[in-house]
Design a binder for this molecule. Structure first.
Ligand code: ADP
Ligand code: ADP
Ligand code: ADP
Length: 213
């Protein structure tokens, strides 16, 4: 399966991805995770991306298209993939189409995590993540067994620097202005499925499995 996950920050893309990935043996490519790793390692890519990310703006199309083009070559992505957080602009979607055409494949389904903006601030400000694995927790909705500690590795959890109410505002503006048109782009091709992303995680998972079965 070749899947795209689209939804605003905090809509649950990162929470559902590992479950879908394991169920269908897909690779999980999250541009946000890849960019944060590059920022932390201070690579040339990270240095270019950091300013936009800190402000809650999108990084340039060329940078993220380059990352995805490279990542799709991995052996683990040949059976199928989940793109989480990409494409986020119509230009990225068009470039992805060209990339996949040249590989003789195409996108199967676009999962649209539909949710009201009002719910997202509480989700985002309560989010804690384990950077090495990308696992996310929530102080209220999905607390770790010990506060601030990853259940699996025992390593510390962190809060993302951009997970504040103020930066969320810019991220939501970017979503509505630049990413919602991507949903229309795929809707015209007829492969968008809307998910009830405001429901509890298990209910969203059940819906995803129904859609993909
Ligand atoms: P979210 O939790 O908001 O969905 P991500 O982890 O996907 O956030 O992205 C974090 C930041 O990384 C974004 O605010 C943006 O600056 C940058 N980013 C991630 N993916 C893309 C993309 N496809 N195009 C442009 N910028 C991106
Ligand atoms: P995204 O990757 O779309 O930015 P996440 O999956 O990281 O979103 O979810 C954001 C926060 O909300 C996390 O702290 C996560 O534990 C929590 N969360 C995810 N899905 C749900 C849900 N269905 N109901 C309540 N909280 C959720
Ligand atoms: P600084 O801005 O202090 O130089 P970094 O460049 O190390 O911080 O990282 C930027 C932000 O991204 C930090 O808030 C950090 O918590 C977060 N971060 C770093 N690496 C990751 C990762 N792999 N996954 C998620 N978040 C990360």
């Amino acid at each position: 399966k070749r899947l795209i996950l689209i939804g605003p920050p905090g809509s649950g893309k990162g929470t559902q991805s590992p479950i879908i990935k394991d169920e269908y043996c897909l690779c999980h490519l999250a541009t946000g995770d890849m960019l944060r790793a590059a920022v932390a390692a201070k690579t040339p890519l990270g240095i270019k991306a950091k300013e936009a990310m800190d402000k809650g703006e999108l990084v340039s199309d060329d940078l993220v298209v380059g990352i995805i083009d490279e990542a799709l070559k991995k052996p683990s992505c040949q059976k199928g993939f989940i793109l989480d957080g990409f494409p986020r602009t119509v230009v990225q979607a068009e470039k992805l189409d060209v990339m996949l055409q040249s590989r003789g494949t195409k996108v199967d389904k676009v999962l649209n995590f539909a949710i009201d903006d009002a719910i997202l601030e509480e989700r985002i400000t309560g989010r804690w993540i384990h950077p090495a694995s990308g696992r996310s927790y929530h102080t209220k909705f999905a607390p770790p067994k010990a506060p601030g500690i990853d259940d699996v590795t025992g390593e510390p959890l962190i809060q993302r620097k951009d997970d504040t109410a103020a930066v969320l505002k810019s991220r939501l503006e970017a979503f509505h202005r630049q990413t919602e048109p991507v949903i229309d782009y795929y809707a015209k091709k007829g492969n968008v499925v809307n998910l009830p992303a405001e429901k509890p995680p298990q209910a969203v998972t059940a819906e995803v499995k129904k859609v993909l079965s």
